[in-house]
Write a protein that binds this ligand. Structure first.
Ligand code: DC
Length: 219
């Protein structure tokens, strides 16, 4: 039996680690929808097309080939996964993902992933818009301070310079923008199970999700 589990929530709530680990544990596919938005944002930004130019965006998107392969996003056959996790792309991904034609263009690509087997999908609207009939929906959240701390740690581990206050400010402003946009805003999907990860670590988060999935799906 194929199933879809969705994990939505704000930046830094632990969605990616949890979704990746859950997919590995259950031996099913993992869909990182944020990586798709990040890749598109980077390509449009490099082409100097701005988020307030929807007609140019729509035209550019018609010529861009996007493929998902082994967890990576390929744009025109090039894997740009290594370039999409920067503070600049955090910001522009949020800006471009608010544009309706961007969301429309990426909806089908996300939805067709369920045809390849069971799926753990992660994002901002995967439970509300992309897979409204998902078997299980989670919403992971955490205090902005806990999320900023995590983001700083992640970047420190990569050897990058970090500034906690700036990271916290950026997280708060991205939350606000993602939640208030008109198109597919970040929100708790109907029937989603809400988990606050401020005080629990990755393993504990995974344990909670896995326990629930196994109970509900009887796997
Ligand atoms: O999860 P992330 O931080 O990689 O996502 C980057 C941006 O992409 C986020 O600020 C909003 C956007 N996004 C979205 O609008 N819808 C999704 N399903 C996933 C991400």
């Amino acid at each position: 039996m194929n199933y879809v589990v969705t994990i939505d929530g704000p930046a830094g709530a632990g969605k990616s680690s949890a979704a990746k680990a859950l997919a590995k544990l259950l031996n099913v596919h993992y869909l990182d929808t944020g990586a798709i938005y990040r890749s598109i944002a980077l390509i449009l930004d490099e082409a100097e097309i701005k988020p307030d130019q929807p007609e140019f965006i729509a035209e550019a998107l018609r010529d861009i080939k996007i493929e998902l392969r082994d967890g990576a996003v390929l744009v025109n056959d090039i894997d740009i996964s290594g370039e999409i996790r920067t503070p600049h792309v955090d910001k522009i991904a949020s800006d471009y993902s608010a544009v309706k034609c961007v969301r429309d263009a990426l909806l089908h690509l996300q939805q067709e992933q369920q045809n390849f087997g069971s799926l753990i999908a992660e994002g901002r609207d995967v439970g509300s818009v992309v897979f409204p009939n998902a078997d299980i929906k989670f919403y992971l959240t955490a205090s902005p301070e806990a999320r900023a701390k995590r983001r700083c740690l992640e970047r420190e581990l990569k050897g990058e310079a970090v500034n906690y206050d700036e990271t916290l400010k950026a997280i708060k402003s991205r939350d606000e923008f993602d939640s208030k946009r008109e198109n597919s805003p970040l929100k708790v999907p109907d029937n989603a199970i809400i988990i606050d990860t401020s005080e629990i670590n990755e393993q504990e988060t995974l344990n909670l999700l896995a326990k629930h999935v196994k109970e509900v799906l009887k796997i």
